[in-house]
Design a protein around this ligand. Structure first.
Ligand code: CP3
Length: 339
């Protein structure tokens, strides 16, 4: 994984899967039931370590991703958050600069301390060959949940805010830039060897707004991390960025980008891979389907991106309906791959 991030071309790409720990695994569902709520699981270092390791006991991934959630930042800033069964996350929405006074950095590290402890535990329990990935949500995506109060279809509240009061919204983004930078630095100091920044809803913005709310905040976080840890490997995932991916790669300083499922592979090979390592883009629904159709697509991705630096992954997270044996077939297909 580290060699791929140093832009080496390898015989077989390293692999890991977004949401590799999660509800598709019966052992996850069991630990999750014992933990109490989803937040109790995220803030319990022993159980969070356990669920991080669960997929690695079944499959030979080259990396483990810390078990946590991107919405722990709003929680730590003091915004009430709950995960409701069948509904996903629900927060008390903040919709104006005035309402930001309810948020504060004061308790950031005391709330997030269990996460740093999880990273610390994992950095001793993982074998040397398995890379530990820390992560955070990007300011834009975290802000969508903070402003909409839940997952959204049209992003009307946050878009109304950015178009009518960009300076006020900038204050929220600035708070997220500071808290996310500090959060990632603590993960790095606790032993994370790579970090990934998830910008799941990057694709809903027109290009000028994409530059301002996706590219710029990510660039600032990366600059601040590298001031302390020069050359530290950072993976960006601006999902749905489309043609904006080129500016994102050039202006943020990411080491690698994760391609979503819709990113055209030939375009990624000629326009993106010469600049940074590419990760992705297997359709997570092919992992639900399995069989030859999945194997053929895996081979196609390996053939197209295999001539440059590449990390195998999905275009988005594993979904709960995924049969665990299909993940086994994916792992075997990758391990048997020869150029
Ligand atoms: O990848 C991993 O294995 C590490 C853990 C991880 C989780 N969430 C655990 C989780 C990571 C990296 C995330 C990132 C995350 N969280 C994103 C960005 C990536 C993406 O998937 O788009 C987003 C947008 C969130 C916010 C979030 N968390 C939502 C919208 C939901 C509800 C939807 C759902 O899948 O249930 C969550 C809950 C969540 N985060 C679960 C897990 C395993 C399921 C909760 C449960 O067990 O009940």
């Amino acid at each position: 994984m580290i060699r791929a991030l140093k832009k080496e071309t390898l015989d077989r790409p390293p692999f890991w899967l977004m949401r590799q720990a999660g509800r598709y695994l019966p052992e996850y569902r069991e630990t999750r039931a014992n933990a109490g709520s989803f937040l109790d699981l995220c803030y319990n270092p022993k159980l969070a370590e356990e669920v991080t390791l669960q997929p690695l006991r079944r499959y030979n991934m080259d990396a483990a991703i810390l078990f946590a959630d991107i919405l722990l930042i709003p929680d730590a800033l003091g915004q009430p958050l709950a995960y409701k069964e069948g509904e996903g996350p629900v927060l008390d929405a903040v919709r104006s600069a005035k309402e930001l006074s309810s948020l504060s950095l004061d308790k950031l590290h005391s709330v997030l301390n269990p996460v740093y402890e999880t990273v610390d535990r994992l950095s001793s329990s993982l074998p040397e060959s398995c890379t530990l990935i820390g992560f955070a949500g990007a300011p834009w995506t975290v802000a969508t949940y903070m402003v909409e109060g839940r997952g959204s279809k049209d992003y009307v509240n946050i878009k109304k805010w950015i178009y009518s009061d960009p300076d006020g919204f900038q204050q929220l983004i600035d708070l997220l830039i500071v808290s996310t930078t500090e959060y990632l630095l603590k993960q790095i100091e606790a032993g994370a060897e790579v970090v990934q920044i998830f910008d799941t809803w990057a694709g809903v913005l027109p290009d000028e707004e994409f530059a301002k709310w996706v590219t710029e905040p990510t660039a600032k976080i990366i600059t601040a991390i590298r001031a302390r840890h020069p050359d530290f490997p950072i993976i960006g995932f601006p999902k749905g960025a489309g043609g904006n991916l080129s500016q994102f790669v050039k202006q943020t300083g990411v080491t690698a980008v994760s391609l979503d499922t819709a990113a055209p592979l030939e375009w990624a090979k000629t326009e993106i891979q010469p600049h940074v390592t590419v990760q992705g883009n297997l359709d997570p629904i092919l992992l639900v389907t399995g069989g030859q159709k999945m194997v053929d697509r895996i081979h196609h991705i390996l053939e197209t991106l295999g001539s440059g630096s590449h990390i195998f992954n999905l275009g988005h997270g594993i979904i709960p309906q995924t049969p665990p044996e299909n993940v086994g077939l994916l792992a075997d297909t990758l391990h048997n791959w020869k150029k």
